[in-house]
Design a binder for this molecule. Structure first.
Ligand SMILES: [Zn+2]
Length: 285
């Protein structure tokens, strides 16, 4: 039963001033790692998939795995479409039981971004389902799209965008980027503060990988209410697998090999959950 709507997760995060951690998932192992971490820390979480992840695993297949994991979890879990750009993914996600969607129109013009965001809003008939949009371009490598990182969100654009759409949360470009950083990121905390105090919706931090944990916490204090983590967890799964294979080069039992990867990713996920202040925020009981 703990598959929940994005709305109720976000509501509690706003009330208690923490951010819901959202973990990018492409397979069973990633979903297990994130849920085990959340259960150990008694935290609500979001599991999310991108178009690229869906194309890799198959939408029905990936949704079946993630939603099954969410339903068995002892903590509240929302299932979210991350960086949905083509509306067919939003339609399919709703059919498959996702409880939150993101429409990423950030590479379109301001006007087109508003239009496509409103179009996706109109698809959502269930009021418990959340819609996230993005304005300003978050740099780095997201799925198969690469952006340089010099398009910070402008405060007036964010306010105007919020006023012209009926979104539940907004991703802004505030100095983070997707994937791994070459140098330490410089987050514009004042920008987060200003948009979150002037805008009427909570803000989302993308590109959480590689940001020092204390900076994540500072971003949450400034007003972030959903924080995305992706690449670091995947890397942890791989490093666990490599470590095991290094010690056991003849191994072929995938259960044992992948378990080490799951354990490694779980520890990383726990660090992130604590950094956003979501530990012990399970409101189910
Ligand atoms: Zn992102």
């Amino acid at each position: 039963m703990p598959l929940v709507g994005g709305k109720i997760l976000l509501k509690d995060a706003i009330k208690n001033k923490y951010a819901v951690p959202a973990f990018g998932v492409v397979n069973l192992e990633g979903a297990k790692a994130a849920i085990l971490a959340a259960e150990e820390l008694n935290a609500p979480i979001i599991l999310q998939t991108t178009e690229g992840g869906i194309n890799y695993a198959g939408h029905e297949e990936l949704a079946a795995i993630i939603i099954a994991c969410a339903k068995k979890a002892k903590i509240p879990v929302a299932v979210h479409l991350d960086h949905g750009r083509d509306i067919k993914y939003h339609q399919k996600s709703l059919e498959l039981g996702y409880t939150s969607l993101m429409i990423d129109g950030s590479t379109l013009s301001f006007k087109e971004n508003i239009e496509i965001t409103n179009k996706v809003r109109n698809l959502i008939k269930n009021e418990n389902i959340t819609l996230e949009a993005e304005i300003g371009i978050i740099g780095g490598k997201e799925d198969d799209i690469e952006e340089d990182n010099d398009h910070f969100t402008k405060v007036e654009d964010a306010i105007k965008f919020i006023d012209n759409t009926n979104i539940d949360m907004l991703a802004i470009a505030c100095g983070t980027s997707h994937g791994f950083y070459c140098k330490e990121p410089k987050i514009n905390f004042d920008l987060i503060k200003e948009i979150s105090s002037k805008g009427k919706v909570p803000l989302v931090l993308h590109g959480g990988t590689g940001i020092p944990l204390e900076q994540i916490s500072k971003a949450v204090s400034a007003g972030i209410r959903k924080a995305n983590f992706d690449s670091e967890l995947k890397k942890a799964i791989i490093s666990g697998i490599l470590e095991y294979m290094d010690k056991n080069p003849e191994a072929f039992d995938l259960r044992k090999i992948f378990q080490v990867g799951i354990n490694k990713a779980k520890e990383i996920a726990k660090e992130k959950i604590k950094a956003v202040g979501a530990d012990n925020k399970n409101w189910l009981k």
